[in-house]
Design a protein around this ligand. Structure first.
Ligand SMILES: Cc1cc2nc3c(=O)[nH]c(=O)nc-3n(C[C@H](O)[C@H](O)[C@H](O)COP(=O)(O)OP(=O)(O)OC[C@H]3O[C@@H](n4cnc5c(N)ncnc54)[C@H](O)[C@@H]3O)c2cc1C
Length: 358
């Protein structure tokens, strides 16, 4: 434990929407170390807009050092945890009194912000130079990308192929139907219950055979299948017994990891039964910051606040002006949900939450 008079040492693993807000909220209350392999926070739900408008990413890729003033930033990955330290890929040992796991989904972005900006420019170049685009995967990423391209480049032929029986399977059937109707109205070809062999894809490929025997011609393709959780690094750690069968970290209702008094988990990595959304991840972050402040002050575990899941809200953007919202007892498609999300994609709001101008 930290010596008398010293601040508690908190190590936070993962600087996504959950981790970034947690770190910001804890500044001044503890010695916080943020460990993230990327030097920046990426607001994931802006990715598809950045592919059609690369300058959009200037506001949604935020250097950790630009919003954190009193946090030690370590740019590396966690590879192991002991009872009192986190071990990093570059050989450091980060001692902790309290540990927060916020590793969400497996990393696919480069460590450097400049490199990530270049990726968006390359993706945009691919879209611009193609007359036809194939999108593989009909979850939120594939649907939002298809919509962005259909709205910004109405002359391009977009085909969306999805292995499952309906689009947006994390939402209800009404939402799937409205989404399909919307995409069809924008002349996107949607192929359901079909797939293409991901192993056979190449950048020069222009003809794709589907599992249903169809042939799709497209000048380029984007693979938009869900990313796995970033919990494989926990398999040989003290937390291996705290993972469920899907690799999610099991938490108590005060968001402490099951079996541990001083380890918390927040965001998409948790086994909380709710739709995995950034706004929920941010709620976890605020609750754990509140609970940690109480523990640091010496209050007993019985005083910790508990988390309760809210309504299963979901909002998918459909280009710049329209969207699809699922709220209790109602699913709406069109300009009203679009007004809430699709213009700025909550980037200004997310920036303000971590103390930056919108
Ligand atoms: C297309 C799309 C649209 C979405 N739209 C919305 C929306 O409108 N509203 C909404 O609320 N949510 C939305 N979401 C969901 C939202 O993006 C996630 O719920 C949110 O990103 C979860 O945040 P997180 O911090 O838990 O995890 P992540 O965002 O996955 O962040 C994890 C962080 O951990 C780091 N990390 C990973 N492994 C390690 C390791 N071993 N060591 C150290 N660091 C590590 C990563 O670098 C990253 O910084 C959308 C998602 C998608 C894909």
């Amino acid at each position: 434990m930290a010596a008398a008079g010293e601040k508690a040492r908190v190590v936070l693993v993962g600087g996504g929407p959950a981790g970034s807000l947690f770190a910001k909220t804890m500044e001044g209350h503890a010695d916080v170390v943020l460990l993230d392999p990327k030097e920046y926070l990426e607001i994931p739900w802006s990715e598809l807009r950045s592919m059609v408008e690369p300058s959009f990413a200037e506001r949604s890729l935020i250097y950790h050092k630009d919003y954190l003033n009193d946090t030690t930033i370590v740019t590396s990955s966690a590879v192991n945890i002991t009872e009192d330290a986190v071990l990093t890929a570059d050989g450091q040992s980060l001692p902790y009194d309290y540990l927060v796991i916020a590793t969400g989904h497996a990393l696919t972005s480069p460590a450097s912000r400049a490199e990530r900006l270049k990726e968006f420019q390359r993706d945009n170049g691919k879209i611009e130079s193609s007359e036809s685009v194939l999108i593989i995967g009909g979850g939120p990423t594939g649907v939002e990308l298809a919509a962005e391209i259909a709205v910004d480049y109405p002359g391009k032929k977009v085909t969306l192929i999805h292995r499952g029986p309906r689009l947006l399977e994390f939402m209800g059937e009404k939402a799937s139907k409205k989404c399909l109707d919307w995409l069809t109205s924008k002349k996107v070809d949607v192929l359901l219950q079909q797939s293409v062999d991901l192993g056979s894809l190449s950048d020069t490929e222009k003809v794709y055979k589907t599992s249903g025997g169809e042939t799709v011609r497209a000048d380029c393709h984007f693979v938009c299948i869900g990313k796995p959780l970033s919990s494989s690094w926990l398999h040989d750690t003290i937390l291996k017994e705290s993972l469920d069968s899907k690799g999610r970290v099991m938490v108590e209702n005060d968001l402490r990891v099951k079996g541990y008094n001083n380890i918390f988990a927040i965001g998409d990595i948790t086994d909380i039964p709710e739709i995995k959304q950034g706004y929920n991840a941010q709620k976890h972050a605020l609750l754990v910051a509140k609970n940690l402040k109480l523990l640091i002050k010496g209050l007993p575990n019985s005083k910790l606040s508990t988390y309760s899941t809210g309504y299963p809200l979901a909002l998918v953007s459909l280009g710049r002006k329209e969207g699809l919202a699922q709220i209790p007892f109602l699913t709406i498609c069109g300009c009203l949900p679009g007004k809430i999300k699709s213009g700025d994609l909550f980037i200004g709001k997310t920036r303000k939450q971590i103390g930056l101008s919108g």
